[in-house]
Design a protein around this ligand. Structure first.
Ligand code: NOJ
Length: 543
C-alpha cells in the first residue's frame, strides 16, 4: 500500500512553533532544534504552513515569491537543511502550496495591474464593470470577490481577501509557471503538497450570477452555499476536478512518490470528484467532520459508516480535529484531556490518515484575543463583532486564538522565544507543557506517543479493513480492524456510566486507558475509558 495512505500528518505553523533568534516569531532554525522531539513523539509526515517570501498580511498565505524563503523564517540554506534533517530521521515533508492566488505584491500581479496590455495581464482575472462589480460572486470571506483597481479602471477577482488576487488557470502560462514551482520543490525532495483552497482554482467562463440560497453561515466542510448564495460559478467547477488529475499526473513523474492533499469543501460527492472516479485525482482531501463533532458514540459510528460507504478502499479518508483556521478541539470539550484521549484513539485507529495540528498533543488551549485586537485579517475585517457573539453563533473569526505559540517548558515564554512573542502565550500551567507531560506516563502527550507507536507497529491499523460492531450500550463505540489473519478491537466509552462488556474469549490486551479493566471474557469500561484488544485464535503474532 502506498506510503501516503498509511502515514499520519503533523501540521506545524512556523510562526508559532519555535523561535531561534529572539525576534518573537518562530523560524526554521527553531524547528530544526525541535526535530528530535518531534521524532520522539512519533511524527511521520510534517506539513508546514507557508514560509515563502510574503508580506505576511495573511501570515504567509499571501505569497510574493514561491521559491524564496521569507527572511522572518530564515534562508534557503536553512530550508535545505531542514528537509535533509527531516529525511535523515525517516520523516516526510509536505509544503503548503497556495496555487489559487498570490499576494498583490507578487511581481506577476504588479505587472498585471500596470496596464491592460501587459504580458502578465492574463495571469489574473480582470473584468470591466460599469461602476459596479461585474457579477454577484461572493468570496469565501463573505464580501464581493471583485476588487476595483483605478490604474486600468477594471476589477480583479479574489475568492479570499482582496490582497490575494486569484490566478487565471485558463491561461496555459499560469499552469506552466505553477508546475515550475512544484518542480522546484519536488527536486529538493519534498514529499508532497497541501493545496490551499483548491476548490477555488477555476471560475466559470460565463461569469453569470450565482443563484440565491437561504444559507448564510459557511461551515468548515461547506463553503458551497453561504452568504445567501449558491456558489455555483465560483467554487467546485468541473475544470477544478480535472485539474486535480492534471497535477497528480504531473507529480507522479517523480520517483520518490510525492502526494497531494487538497483543502476543498463541499458535499461528499464534491470531495470524491476531487479524488477522481478512479482515485486518480488528489491523493487525499481534508475531511472536516471532526471539526464539529458531537461527543457521542453514535456520532463517531455514523461517521465511520458514512466514510466506509462513500470512501471505501482505494480511497483513504482523513480525520482532522483542528488546524490554523479552526477553534482548537480541546476547547470544545472544556479542556478535558480524558475526553481528548478518546477522540485521539478514534482519530488514530480508524482506517485513514490522522492529521494533527501542533499543540494538540499537549492539549494546547485557545487564546482569548478579541476580534478587535486580532492580527488575523479575518478578525480585522470583523473587528466590531464581539468575541462572545461570534462564539455564541459558532463562527470562528479571530484565528490568532488557535495560533498561539507552542508550550515547550517552564522557562520564560514557555521556551518559545527569548524575545517578545508575536502573539501572547495565553494562560497556561507547567502541566500544559511538553517537558512536563513527557515525564508523566498518563499525560496526553504520552497517549499521542502510544497512538503513533501503535500505528507504526500494527499493519492492521495502517492497512486493515474497518467494521463497526453493534454494542448493547449506545455510549460505547466499538470497531474492528482486520488485516490478513490479525484482528484488533477498539472499545471506547463516551458515556457517563461504567459499562461491562462481553468480549471474544481469547484476547490479548494491547493498550488500556482511563481505568478500563480486562477480566476473562469481560471488559469493564469506566466513563471516558478505552481499550485496544487483539482477538486471538487466528494468528496471535504482531506484524
Ligand atoms: C485557507 C488557509 O487555510 C487560510 O489560513 C488562508 O487564510 C486561506 N486559505 C487563504 O489562503
Amino acid at each position: 500500500m502506498e506510503w501516503w495512505k498509511q502515514t499520519s500528518i503533523y501540521q506545524i505553523y512556523p510562526w508559532s512553533f519555535q523561535d531561534s533568534n529572539g525576534d518573537g516569531i518562530g523560524d526554521l532554525k527553531g524547528i530544526l532544534k525541535r526535530l528530535d522531539e518531534i521524532q520522539e513523539l512519533g511524527v511521520e509526515t510534517i506539513w508546514f504552513s507557508p514560509f515563502y517570501q510574503s508580506p505576511g498580511e495573511d501570515f504567509g498565505y499571501d505569497i510574493a515569491d514561491y521559491t524564496k524563503i521569507d527572511p522572518r523564517f530564515g534562508t534557503m540554506e536553512d530550508c535545505d537543511r531542514l528537509i535533509k534533517e527531516i529525511h535523515k530521521r525517516k520523516m516526510k515533508v509536505v509544503l503548503d502550496m497556495v496555487m489559487n492566488h498570490t499576494s498583490d505584491k507578487h511581481p506577476w500581479f504588479l505587472e498585471s495591474k500596470s496596464s491592460v496590455t501587459n504580458p502578465k495581464r492574463e495571469f489574473y482575472i480582470w473584468k470591466k464593470g460599469r461602476k459596479k462589480p461585474p457579477n454577484n460572486w461572493i468570496s469565501m470571506v463573505g464580501k464581493s470577490g471583485w476588487n476595483y483597481d483605478q490604474t486600468t479602471d477594471e476589477y480583479y477577482y479574489s475568492n479570499f481577501l482582496s490582497f490575494q488576487p486569484d490566478l487565471n488557470y485558463r491561461n496555459p502560462k499560469v499552469k506552466l509557471a505553477m508546475f515550475g514551482v512544484l518542480d522546484f520543490w519536488l527536486k529538493k525532495g519534498v514529499d508532497g503538497f497541501r493545496l490551499d483552497i483548491f476548490n477555488s482554482i477555476y471560475k466559470d467562463e460565463s461569469f453569470q450570477d450565482n443563484p440565491f440560497s437561504l444559507r448564510f453561515f459557511p461551515t468548515p466542510d461547506n463553503h458551497d452555499e453561504a452568504f445567501f448564495q449558491k456558489k455555483q460559478y465560483n467554487l467546485n467547477l468541473p475544470e477544478s476536478f480535472s485539474f486535480a488529475k492534471e497535477v497528480r499526473k504531473h507529480i507522479t513523474k517523480y520517483k520518490h512518490k510525492p502526494f497531494l492533499i487538497g483543502e476543498v469543501s463541499g458535499s461528499d460527492q464534491v470531495l470524491k470528484s476531487f479524488l477522481g472516479e478512479k482515485a486518480d485525482g488528489l491523493n487525499l482531501v481534508f475531511q472536516f467532520e471532526l471539526i464539529h463533532f458531537q461527543f457521542q458514540a453514535k456520532f463517531f459510528k455514523q461517521l465511520l459508516l458514512k466514510n466506509e460507504t462513500i470512501f471505501p478502499s482505494p480511497y483513504t479518508p482523513t480525520y482532522v480535529l483542528g488546524n490554523h483556521d479552526q477553534r482548537r478541539y480541546i476547547d470544545r470539550i472544556g479542556g478535558d484531556r480524558n475526553k481528548a484521549k478518546l477522540l485521539v484513539c478514534f482519530q488514530f485507529l480508524v482506517r485513514g490518515v490522522p492529521i494533527i495540528y501542533y499543540g494538540e498533543e499537549i492539549g494546547r488551549g485557545e487564546g482569548r484575543i478579541s476580534n478587535f485586537k486580532g492580527k488575523d485579517p479575518i478578525a480585522k475585517m470583523n473587528r466590531f463583532v464581539p468575541l462572545f457573539l461570534s462564539n455564541l453563533l459558532g463562527i470562528y473569526i479571530n484565528r490568532d486564538n488557535c495560533r498561539l505559540p507552542m508550550l515547550w517548558d517552564d522557562s520564560p515564554n514557555a521556551g518559545f522565544t527569548i524575545g517578545t512573542s508575536w502573539l501572547p502565550l495565553g494562560t497556561f500551567q507547567k502541566e500544559d507543557t511538553v517537558a512536563f507531560q513527557k515525564k508523566d506516563p498518563e499525560s496526553l502527550w504520552n497517549h499521542y506517543r502510544v497512538m503513533f507507536q501503535i500505528r507504526k507497529e500494527w499493519q492492521t491499523i495502517r492497512e486493515g479493513s474497518l467494521d463497526t460492531i453493534e454494542m448493547e450500550s449506545d455510549d460505547v463505540l466499538c470497531f474492528a480492524r482486520k488485516y490478513k489473519d490479525t484482528i484488533l478491537h477498539v472499545y471506547l466509552n463516551f458515556g457517563n456510566s461504567r459499562e461491562k462488556i462481553r468480549i471474544p474469549n481469547k484476547t490479548k490486551l494491547i493498550y488500556a486507558f482511563g481505568g478500563s479493566i480486562l477480566s476473562g471474557s469481560f471488559l469493564e469500561l469506566p466513563s471516558l475509558s478505552g481499550m485496544i484488544l487483539q482477538v486471538m485464535g487466528s494468528k496471535p503474532s504482531r506484524e
